[in-house]
Design a protein around this ligand. Sequence first.
Ligand SMILES: [Cu+2]
Length: 177
Amino acid sequence: MRFSAFVFAASVLVLGACGGGDKKDETSTVGDTTTPVASATPTDSAAAGGAGAAGMAGTAQAAPATGTTHDVKMIGDEKGYRFEPANLTVKAGDAVKFTMVSGGPHNVAFNEAEIPAAGKAQLTANIPNAAAPLTSQMLLNPNENVIVSFANVAPGEYNYHCTPHLAMGMKGVITVQ
Ligand SMILES: [Cu+2]
């Protein structure tokens, strides 16, 4: 009887130890699961923000270009910060490829007050991965580019600038015929 009781007590102790061990494992597993979820949250927020930004400007769908793709270089060097060419005329259906050359980060931000109101929603929809309405992501490295389609964008003059270098006069205008 005494021996059996001892075995029983030992079994309880062992079970108790195992139970404690299992709990610890569960806790650390939950911790491991929580970490990637937490790190994924900013990405989800950014995606939601992007969708929200597009939503704010309207419900237009991105319209692919059907015509010529024009090149605009984004440059920052000893001569200053600039888009080359800063003045560009495109036809309906054309696209403009903005390429980071030097002196970044650069972006393309159309001035909401200086573009035709009728073009806002479509232009915002036509900026891939827009950071905000009418505003591209920052281009950090040489040869990075953003291609903006002007398909279905209302004719008129579209003034834009680079947000980090606006004070240095990094501005341009695209005239859509
Ligand atoms: Cu810039």
